[in-house]
Write a protein that binds this ligand. Structure first.
Ligand code: ADP
Ligand code: MG
Length: 742
């Protein structure tokens, strides 16, 4: 048989990939060639609060620090001094430009660069960076999604420095840029970005927790900060392969691709030795991140072949959010240098695990100085008072998640995450809380014991609180299937998708939990009617919360079919697809909570809903168009070519008067090709149906059902044909090649 030409590029890619060697870089060293320790170059490209203290006059520094602590706007007077120090630092490091770096509602970051240059009074060029340039900028940002907000209010928006997140310098091949982390708001102060609401939610949470803690006697607590450690999963696939896959380059996931004989069933990749090229990539990525002050700590192979994870040491939630954006950006860029594409889509490959972004979340009593550690409120602690406080804080979290489970589900909704939630390796779309055996038993005992025993306090102290410090050590008991799991001294929100910005989900967790605390404060105030709050009263409030939130607690296997049934019996929401999940954002309960606490205005909630619905529609339409294109220009032509070759061979055999055994394959192939053509037409019909619909919501629903189904049908046939068409006719890199060759 003659060589098919369809696979030539694929074979060349295989040759390129298998002949690559790990990329070597020059590691940081001193003038004598001694390699530097991480601590010696960590944060060299950031100007953080410690450096501010060194470089700024004492009173300016203390004003800046209190601005950061209280979340208020920096006063113009000290802004010039701060800007000058930042400029000197940036110029010394070779930065020529600066930008306000912000997070519009695209899930990504945005920046517009300005050179430091300006004319002085003699028309000479000088470097200049004023306080007002530091504090505020006006990008012509009318092309960012606003969900209709700026047509209602004002066409333009401005960015404002968020001094709680350190400025940093990015290094491109031929220049360096100073980046000023900023929020992006309209002239009327409407949040046009992801960060503004996150910062608001942090303030509200702090206020609600402080109120409650003051009630129980912790009157010295002035401020609380949510803490966040973001685990980032991703795939590394060679660019020679991804560049031959329109689906990966356009939509970030494979829309077709037959299962390889070996997937992840041998469990040989997870925590295995890191492949040499991947390791070289990780070292370079970490080097870049350390310079930017991102404290990445852990790296390992994940479950699926070619899947990896990086995780940092936790930080305050808004800084951790910025840092995760930087991690994703650096991951993408450094991967390219190593001839990899870093895939952060939630489900790039069917049949093997998808990628998540586990959000480890807790709350900390803010320390009075940047050099001190705060006290973790989800740490069971050492004294009876700390234990009681822990139970109360836990009750607040349970109440928030219980009451706003639908909203939390909305916060993680995206076209990518739809393929992961509910597939049998990721937390399901049903939001529940896992506490671990010991803590779960303690809560059950508090609930039951309180009913049996009049002396609540004694009962609980006997049954529960004395055991609490052991909860911390109870780390053997890790449920990997829960979407929201307590892991000793923090919660792990695992249902967040790998490509998501953490800002929105974390904003919603902060808000939901703040609402829980607010209810606890009201209950406790009511119970004690103005007199001193007793331990017994606190325990009663905790017990009520335990009873009320019972439905949300689940300790079993979240992947099982039984849980789906059980959750339904309990009345929990199971929102499998983005359109139904996003609808929760508009539910009166959600809007009421978010607006009453001042996290979002009503217009801002609506805008989030519209922006997210629109993004969902666009993403699925891109997938749809890509699949059409691949079917018409790659898959069907390859099938026709092989069909033609077989047909010629059969004709030749018949002409020669010999048997034509290919005829059987030819017949089967013909049938499959016809079926694919029919499914391809049905895809067209589904696409037309979407177009005919009026509202965005209807379009989204139709895409999530009819179009998703039609795409899957095309895929099934394509994958079957892939396993039948001669290998040298198939133009698309196969799963076995992309996932296993490097
Ligand atoms: P594991 O969950 O595998 O036991 P770790 O306990 O080290 O691993 O934590 C995983 C992530 O959780 C890390 O990013 C870590 O910094 C973060 N983390 C630990 N403690 C907290 C906390 N109090 N608040 C937020 N994140 C935390
Ligand atoms: Mg993990």
């Amino acid at each position: 048989m003659s060589m098919g030409t369809g696979a030539r590029a694929r074979f060349e890619a295989i040759r390129d990939v298998t002949s690559r060697t790990p990329r070597k870089i020059e590691l940081p060293a001193d003038e004598n060639g001694r390699p530097l320790k991480i601590s010696e170059y960590f944060g060299t490209n950031t100007f953080d609060i410690h450096q501010m203290r060194e470089k700024l006059p004492k009173e300016v520094y203390s004003k800046l620090f209190s601005t950061i602590q209280t979340g208020k706007k920096l006063d113009q007077e000290i802004a010039n001094t701060v800007a000058h120090a930042i400029k000197e630092w940036a110029l010394e490091r070779g930065a020529t430009h600066f930008c306000h770096w912000f997070q519009p509602q695209t899930g990504l970051t945005a920046e517009k660069h300005d050179a430091f240059i300006s004319f002085d009074e003699h028309s000479r060029v000088i470097e200049k960076f004023s306080g007002s340039q530091l504090i505020q900028s006006e990008p012509d940002a009318s092309s960012f999604p606003s969900g209709g907000m700026r047509t209602t209010f004002e066409a333009r928006g401005y960015t404002a420095w968020d001094p709680s997140s350190p400025v940093f310098i990015t290094e491109a091949t031929n220049g360096k840029t100073l980046c000023v982390p900023s929020v992006f708001i309209s002239y009327h102060g409407d949040a046009l970005d992801e960060k503004t609401a996150l910062i608001r939610s942090m303030e509200v949470l702090s206020q609600k927790v402080c109120e409650l803690l003051h009630l129980i006697g912790d009157t010295g607590v002035k401020r609380i900060v949510p803490t966040l450690g973001v685990e980032q999963e991703y795939f590394l696939i060679d660019r020679a392969f991804t560049s031959l896959r329109p689906d990966l380059t356009m939509s970030g996931r494979t829309l077709v691709g037959g299962q390889p004989p070996k997937g992840q069933q041998l469990e040989d990749h997870y925590f295995g030795s890191i492949p040499a090229r991947a390791q070289a990539f990780m070292s370079e990525m970490e080097l870049e991140l350390y310079k930017l002050g991102v404290p990445v700590k852990t790296r390992h192979n994940e479950v699926a072949p070619s899947q990896f994870e990086t995780a940092p040491i936790f930080e305050e939630a808004n800084v951790a959010t910025d840092h995760n954006q930087i991690v994703m950006e650096v991951l993408r860029q450094v991967a390219l240098r190593h001839n990899f594409s870093a895939l952060m889509h939630e489900k790039p490959f069917a049949g093997v695990n998808g990628s998540g972004k586990h959000n480890n979340w807790s709350m900390m009593i803010a320390a009075s100085s940047p050099d001190l550690d705060g006290e973790n409120l989800l740490d069971p602690g050492k004294t009876p008072h700390q234990n009681l406080r822990f139970l109360l804080v836990l009750a607040g979290v349970l109440k928030g998640v219980h009451k706003h489970a639908g909203l939390l589900r909305a916060g993680i909704a995206s076209s990518g995450n739809d393929h992961r939630l509910g597939a049998n390796e990721a937390p399901p779309a049903i939001i529940s809380v896992f506490l671990g055996d010991l803590l779960n038993r303690i809560l059950n005992e508090i609930e039951a014991g309180a009913g049996r025993d009049k002396n609540v306090e004694a009962a609980v102290l006997k049954l529960g609180i004395s055991k609490l410090p052991e909860v911390m050590k109870d780390n053997t008991d890790r449920n990997r299937t829960s979407p929201f799991a307590f892991t000793g001294n923090k919660f792990e929100f695992r249902a967040v998708g790998s490509s998501a910005s953490t800002a929105f989900p974390v904003t919603l967790v902060n808000s939901a939990v703040a609402d829980g605390f607010s209810e606890l404060t009201a209950a406790l105030t009511q119970k004690c009617g103005g007199s001193k709050v007793t331990e017994a009263a606190v325990l009663e409030v905790v017990r009520d919360a335990i009873a009320e939130t019972k439905a949300i607690r689940f300790e079993g296997n979240n992947y099982s079919e039984e849980w789906v049934k059980e959750a339904e019996k309990r009345g929990l929401l199971n929102l499998r697809k983005t359109p139904e999940a996003l609808a929760q954002l508009m539910a009166p309960k959600s809007v009421q909570m978010l607006t009453s606490m001042g996290i979002f205005s009503e217009a801002e909630v609506h805008s989030r809903f519209h922006v997210r619905t629109e993004r969902y529609i666009k993403n699925v339409l891109i997938e749809l168009d890509t699949l059409r294109l691949m079917a018409d220009t790659q898959i069907l032509p390859a099938c026709y070519a092989y069909h033609g070759a077989l047909a010629s061979a059969v004709a030749a055999a018949k002409a020669a008067g010999v048997a034509a055994p290919q005829a059987e394959t030819l017949g089967k192939l013909g049938t499959l090709i016809s079926s694919l053509q029919i499914k391809r037409q049905q895809l067209e019909a589904a696409a037309q149906k979407v177009e005919s619909l009026g509202s965005e919501e209807d379009k989204a629903k139709c895409l999530s059902r009819d179009v998703a189904e039609a795409m899957l049908e095309v895929r099934k046939l394509s994958d079957e044909l892939e396993s039948m068409v001669a290998d040298d006719y198939w133009p698309l890199p196969k799963y076995r090649e992309m996932l296993f060759l490097s």
